[in-house]
Design a protein around this ligand. Structure first.
Ligand code: NAG
Ligand code: NAG
Ligand code: NAG
Length: 352
């Protein structure tokens, strides 16, 4: 072993530690809701934040509860979207919250980065609209009369503020050194793609005014979609994600599809560098790699939630369990619904 080799290994280890830090702010979701982030001192004590994020925290303490809420939103949405997949987005009590699963340049990592960047933009924008923050409020650039003839009024969501905050808070690591250049490009692309998923689903909501519901005057405002819609959109991009590699064009580096027959990805697509592991088996050396033993599966489905694929060919156990359902619901005038409780036996399949 030469000294150079040792030095280089140390450097690699250091870089690996740095990059593992990149999404540790998601750990904020693990803070209990008691003891809100109230002053600059709390910012110093928060686990998971890198130096620049601590600085942002100190400058915008009032926004931090929204950031924490965003972290929770990202984790919940990831678990919802991946509930029927082998990797189900389960979190650890340690950092990074998704374990080692997302430290490689996989499709799963692409999803996590996109949904996290989106969730911070979303939660901060929500907080702006609700009047909780001094730094921002509704979007006052939306005013006057629209070309369609309605009046802009009410509170338009200030998505520009939320997106800008997400960019400065979330995109902090790769602006400094510490990760392979292609991985930094991948992360940045997917973060942007996540925020675009909100921007491209902004909608106009309206209210009618006038005698007995006539729509003589209509006032409208711009609103974000429900976060579930954002999650659905990013999950669709996950399903069609593009495998890319780095190419040098002139003096800049860009990501291009690995298969040159594929059309180039757009700003809204997700991109990834590394193939995913099969997620079949529990691997104690890889935190977060839980394997699919014990997972429920669907006997008749041919998709990834089907027992064949979910259990990776290891087979499954079947037991009968009793479920309680609401049934024979009757509508009573006026206005409530009364149901009976029905018990039935269903088969439940569990991977070996
Ligand atoms: C994910 O699957 C594991 C088993 O592999 C299970 O213990 C865990 O509860 C699941 N997590 C979620 C969020 O569904
Ligand atoms: C992208 O988002 C991740 C996850 O929140 C963050 O850790 C990372 O620093 C961001 N990267 C870039 C290049 O913006
Ligand atoms: C199982 O899969 C089948 C076919 O895809 C589907 O129709 C059914 O609703 C699924 N069952 C459950 C319990 O999810």
């Amino acid at each position: 072993m030469t000294a150079e080799y040792v030095l280089r290994s140390l450097l690699m280890l250091f870089l690996a530690l740095l990059s593992a830090n990149a999404s540790n702010w998601l750990y904020l979701a693990k803070l209990s809701s008691v003891g809100s982030i109230s002053d600059e001192e709390t910012c110093e004590r928060l686990r998971g934040l890198i130096h620049k994020q601590v600085q942002i925290c100190k400058r915008s303490v009032e926004v931090m509860d929204a950031v924490r809420h965003g972290a929770q939103l990202a984790i919940d949405e990831c678990q919802f979207q991946f509930r029927n997949r082998r990797w189900n987005c389960s979190t650890l009590e340690t950092m990074p919250v998704f374990g080692k699963v997302v430290t490689q340049g996989t499709r799963e990592a692409a999803f996590v980065y996109a949904i996290s960047a989106a969730s911070v933009a979303f939660a901060v924008t929500r907080a702006c609209s609700s009047g909780e923050l001094e730094k921002c409020g509704c979007d006052h650039n939306v005013h006057g009369v629209s070309p369609e003839g309605f009046q802009w009024s009410g509170c338009s969501d200030n998505i520009a503020y939320g997106v800008a905050f997400s960019q400065s808070f979330v995109d902090v690591r790769e602006r400094s050194k510490g990760q392979s250049p292609s991985r930094a490009l991948m992360n940045l692309h997917n973060n942007e793609s996540g925020r675009k998923a909100i921007l491209s689903h902004m909608r106009v909501e309206c209210k009618c005014h006038g005698v007995s519901g006539s729509c003589e005057v209509k006032t409208c405002w711009k609103a974000m979609p429900p976060f579930r819609k954002v999650g659905n959109a990013i999950k669709e991009k996950f399903d069609g994600a593009t495998e890319v590699e780095q190419r040098k064009v002139g003096t800049t580096k860009i990501l291009v599809p690995r298969n040159s027959q594929f059309k180039p990805h757009t700003d809204e697509d997700l991109v990834y560098l590394d193939p995913s592991p099969d997620f079949c088996d529990h691997d104690p050396r890889t935190p977060g790699m839980l394997g699919t033993a014990g997972r429920q599966c669907n006997r008749t489905s041919k998709a990834i939630d089907g027992c064949e694929l979910m259990c990776c060919g290891r087979g499954f156990q079947t037991e009968k369990v009793e479920v309680v359902d609401r049934c024979s619901c009757k509508f009573h005038w006026c206005c409530y619904v009364k149901c009976k409780q029905c018990r039935k036996m269903v088969e439940m399949h569990t991977c070996r």
